[in-house]
Write a protein that binds this ligand. Structure first.
Ligand SMILES: C[S@@+](CC[C@H](N)C(=O)[O-])C[C@H]1O[C@@H](n2cnc3c(N)ncnc32)[C@H](O)[C@@H]1O
Length: 278
């Protein structure tokens, strides 16, 4: 039976207690590793090396299960995902578990989808873990914001078409619509919108006020996985697809003329014109 002790620290003047299962044989340390967008081989070489050295792994919902299957079966792998349909961990649960597991096992790897610093709440985890005197390092990952469009042949910039891109979320932490959406719509930047599938209808409405109904839009879901799907339309025609979209799948919305680089954009456009004339 393992001996249970407690470690305390203060955050915002509030004392916090974290359970330590035993006096660790190894020095506790934490590494945040970006797992990439989903495909198991889109993790970096450094990320994979660190993963193979882990004593315990805490992983997100969007992390490849195949990637984890390649890691030593004796290394505990703890799911700490926040997806709506599954058992959900709060950020506080995750922070605490990370500290507990580092004290219990030694090297805890926090495996996060994409890049830890892109809508990944990495800073909160680092601040919490470091407040216990545990050292933290970060291994960057390939963000879905760029790699998922790329997997469909959509460049986020292209000479003469788009000279910048704006990565944003549709919803702010209080659930309200992000104002950046309006500001980005008024620019000529390619818009890359994460966590927006459930708001697709509101997004197309809002953006078409500034960019017009002919602006190309793509929704890519389960990007870089075998189950990847892609819907190509214009802001004006996207509503025809909304009822057939599975909103439970993670998706990236791309709005801008670069979407016309998608191999099937013009084919779809011709079909749209033909159907509109019937
Ligand atoms: C909490 S954010 C984390 C982003 C991550 N840190 C990154 O750099 O890619 C999760 C959102 O990223 C997007 N996303 C992540 N992986 C994706 C994938 N394989 N296909 C489509 N969208 C993805 C979705 O918009 C999803 O809701």
């Amino acid at each position: 039976m393992k001996k249970i002790t407690y470690s305390c620290c203060e955050i915002d003047n509030q004392p916090l207690k974290v359970k330590m299962m035993h006096i660790p044989e190894k020095e506790p340390k934490v590494t945040l590793v970006g797992a990439g967008p989903g495909s198991k081989d889109l993790i970096t070489v450094k990320g994979l090396t660190v993963l193979q050295q882990a004593d315990v792994i805490l992983y997100d919902a969007l992390v490849s299960k195949e990637l984890l299957m390649g890691i030593d079966a004796t290394v505990p792998k703890i799911y700490v995902g926040k997806r709506c349909s599954e058992h959900s961990f709060t950020q506080d649960d995750i922070n605490m578990l990370l500290v507990e597991k580092a004290f219990e096992y030694g090297h805890a790897v926090r495996l996060k989808g994409g890049d830890p610093f892109v809508f990944g709440r990495a800073s909160e985890e680092i601040e919490y873990v470091e407040s216990f005197g545990i050292p933290v390092t970060v291994v960057p990952g390939i963000t879905s914001a760029i790699s998922v469009p790329a997997s469909q042949g959509i460049p986020v910039t292209k000479r003469g078409i788009s000279s910048s891109f704006w990565v944003m979320t549709a919803t702010k932490h209080d659930g309200s619509f992000s104002e950046d959406l309006k500001y980005a719509s008024q620019s000529s930047a390619t818009m890359v919108i994460l966590m927006g599938v459930r708001k697709l209808w509101e997004i197309t409405n809002e953006v078409s006020k500034y960019r017009g109904s002919l602006m190309p839009i793509a929704l890519i879901q389960n990007g870089t996985l075998d189950s990847e799907s892609c819907t190509i339309a214009t802001l004006g025609t996207m509503e025809n697809h909304i009822s057939s979209i599975d909103i439970r799948k993670p998706g990236i919305i791309i709005i801008g003329n670069v979407v016309a680089e998608h191999p099937s954009f013009f084919e779809e456009e011709v079909l749209r014109v033909l159907h509109s004339n019937i």
